[in-house]
Design a protein around this ligand. Structure first.
Ligand SMILES: [Zn+2]
Length: 160
């Protein structure tokens, strides 16, 4: 179900768009390997035709599959934009593209979703990471951080 609204329909009545936008159509490039989009975006929107613009109001929900940047554990994070609103001019330089009387709302939804992505996904705000959870076994389980000497230690060796 694409996020498309027909202006002809809007001239008669407000239009309600309710459903799911498939992953492929949302096509959200998170630019972050710690965040993946695997589920459709759920939306419930009401579109209103004003004098020379469209007003869209409602809610957007998207479940993200994240990996915690500290402990590397996978977790789910639901992005909720509620209320979400968008005002699209029908005239002027910023006007929305109309094809066959229809406006595609997907680019605007995509843009606002991108802005709301977590910058550094954490499984919980106070996650203490891998090493803190397994203090003694890090060497055996291949914990990398423990085995990397600090730059200061390396410097000390050079001086000797
Ligand atoms: Zn974590």
């Amino acid at each position: 179900m694409p996020l498309i609204v027909n202006l002809r329909h809007l001239e008669e009545n407000d239009v309600v768009l309710r459903g799911e936008l498939p992953v492929d159509e949302l096509d959200l490039d998170t630019r972050d390997e710690m965040i993946r989009v695997t589920q459709p975006l759920r939306h419930e929107l009401e579109v209103q035709l004003l004098d020379d613009s469209l007003l869209i109001r409602g809610s957007l929900r998207l479940v993200l599959e994240c990996q915690c940047v500290r402990c590397l554990n996978p977790f789910k994070h639901e992005l909720v934009l509620d209320p979400w609103a968008c005002h699209l001019p029908l005239e002027g330089e910023e006007k929305v593209v109309i094809v066959n009387d229809c406006a595609d709302l997907t680019p605007y939804v995509r843009e606002d979703m991108l802005l709301e992505l977590p910058r550094h996904p954490l499984c919980k705000p106070d996650c203490r990471g891998l090493n803190k959870n397994k203090p003694d076994k890090a060497q055996n389980t291949g914990g990398k951080d423990e085995s990397i000497p600090s730059p200061w230690a390396e410097l000390d060796k050079l001086k000797l």
